[in-house]
Design a binder for this molecule. Sequence first.
Ligand SMILES: [Zn+2]
Length: 311
Amino acid sequence: MTGAKGATRRDVMTAAAALALAGFGLRPRPLFAATGLPLGELEVSVLSDGHLTLPMDFVLPQTTKEEIEALFAPHGLPTDALKPPLNVTLLRGGDRLILFDAGSGPRFQDTAGALPSALEAAGIDPSEVTDVVFTHCHPDHLWGVLDDFDEPLFAEATHWMPQDEWAYWRDEGTLAATPEARKSFVVGAQNRLAAIEDFVTLVRPGDELPLGIEALATFGHTPGHTSYVIHGGGDSLLVTGDALTNHLFSFERPDWPSGTDQDPQMGAATRKSLLERIATDRMRIVGYHLPEPGIGTAERKDGAYRFVPAA
Ligand SMILES: [Zn+2]
């Protein structure tokens, strides 16, 4: 868990490096995105696994440059690529220490895989994690289950896996049915799922997990994609996973087909019904790729929605 890459990352996070970066007007990405938000007796934190770089024509392959420009330019955001953060939710309550998704691990993108460093900075040994609850099996959510030596990182934890997700990625026909550019996602998932098989407990929509966590089917991004509602103190927080991936187009143009959704039509339908529920119930959400720390809500706007970050 303390391989060369982790040490390098920690070096980068030293105060001296931070000051040097500050001198150039840059700021290092925080290991903590947010800490200690109370939810009744429970406590929610968000840890950073770093960020990804995704070309825009991969993210929105069916949307014209002009449409993308019109949505992004007023926010001063580049339109050639996205650099989405990776927000890993950590829930404490009773004798449980629960992670939602496991980050990217050491073999996906160089700017990702920071979760072990973030846990260390939080004073948490991976062996203390009692549960890892998965939304889906894309690399940035699953591949962090293995450490630098390809050993299970959370060896004491129950790994809660959506049943339909488990079935899809383990199916012998999935690799052949997957386009060439994404076959590495399938091989990568199959290797990781085989390595954690002994720790896996399957989850179905409507199931109740430890601490009363409720599993909610949000299929489309992947065949078994699942979001989770954390209930505490008469309040709730929805861990959306990748049902909502971007603070602009997922909310303001939920109808746009997403290149990262494996079923773009179902993904769009799921997005719209989820946004409607969030806006109606004024639900707080935490989004894996929404601006750090990913916490906020959705409001109705111009026939669609807008993301409102938490104050
Ligand atoms: Zn995903």
